[in-house]
Design a protein around this ligand. Structure first.
Ligand SMILES: C[S@@+](CC[C@H](N)C(=O)[O-])C[C@H]1O[C@@H](n2cnc3c(N)ncnc32)[C@H](O)[C@@H]1O
Length: 278
């Protein structure tokens, strides 16, 4: 068989499906088979591997985790865009974040902790950082208020750290945020300004792993990530988020997702939840 036309057998697909589920929580349904094959063909060609079995064995033999990273870089769906599901950003900016920061100030705290989990190429995280800066205004430097942004996929994290986007994509942002926090660099490209980028800590992190954080968060964004997980994985992950949310802390998920069976979360709108205070 020529390398260019390598097919995946049902048995091979099941092996990859199990591997991706166990390592990353991603549920590769039968419908994704063609997509997976298309995305992985090039890896097989580049590595001169003649079958998906050879590729699977290659990953299993590699104890550096490099080939697993390469696999997830190919398999994960990183689709995102600026100001996606914009009501979240608007409510956060106009209502929720001013309330949280006032409440913290009343308690003499200047420690605001926000996590963007599954940030992809940075459109969501850079917008969040703009909003944090905007809400805190001239007092920003008095706060410890950076943003943690994580993803499993190294390629998108590198892109996010660079902060360069086509200007037409940045146009989705409200004009005041765009004018204040982005700059045009070429005829077609713009950049997130350094005073925003430098406040975001981008890290590779697999949400299936134990959370390594010492402190809890006031706000967690995990939008359009859990759609790739099954019910059991989603439930485990939401329970971990709950463990790392402050009382009354906020969890934002994607508009098409819902969490109906979690007692400790109160829905404040269909995809915005508040952790029940003690
Ligand atoms: C569709 S993007 C969503 C991006 C952004 N949150 C949004 O709503 O536009 C989903 C992201 O989740 C990440 N992801 C998937 N499984 C993950 C895991 N186990 N740990 C961390 N990130 C994961 C993917 O790499 C991808 O960048």
């Amino acid at each position: 068989m020529s390398l260019a036309s390598c097919k995946i057998t049902d048995q091979e697909f099941l092996k990859f499906r199990k591997l991706v589920y166990e390592e990353f929580g991603i549920n590769l349904t039968e419908k994704k088979k063609l997509l997976v094959v298309n995305r992985l063909q090039k890896v097989l060609r580049d590595k001169n591997l003649g079958s998906f079995t050879q590729y699977y064995d290659y990953i299993k033999r590699d104890n550096t985790n490099k080939s697993l990273s390469e696999l997830i870089n190919k398999i994960s769906t990183n689709h995102t865009f600026f100001y996606r599901e914009n009501t979240h950003f608007e409510v956060l900016r106009k209502d929720l974040l001013p309330k949280i920061t006032l409440d913290l100030s009343n308690k003499l705290s200047k420690d605001l902790r926000i996590w963007c989990a599954g940030c992809s190429s940075g459109e969501e995280s850079s917008t969040l950082m703009m909003i944090i800066k905007d809400v805190l205004g001239v007092d920003y430097n008095l706060w410890k208020a950076g943003l943690l942004a994580t993803d499993i996929c190294e390629e998108v994290l590198e892109f996010a750290k660079n902060g360069h986007y086509e200007t037409k994509r940045i146009k989705e942002l409200p004009v005041d945020l765009r004018n204040k926090y982005t700059e045009i660099t070429t005829k077609v490209m713009s950049k997130i300004k350094n005073d925003v980028l430098s406040e975001i800590t981008y890290r590779k992190f697999n949400l299936m792993h134990d959370f390594p954080f010492k402190k809890k968060f006031h706000v967690i964004f995990c939008r359009n990530v859990m759609i790739y997980f099954d019910q059991k994985t989603r439930k485990n992950l939401v329970n971990k988020f709950l463990d790392y949310l402050m009382d009354d802390g906020l969890l934002f998920i994607g508009h098409s997702e819902s969490l109906s069976d979690v007692d400790d979360l109160i829905a404040i709108s269909p995809s915005m939840y508040k952790k029940r205070g003690k």
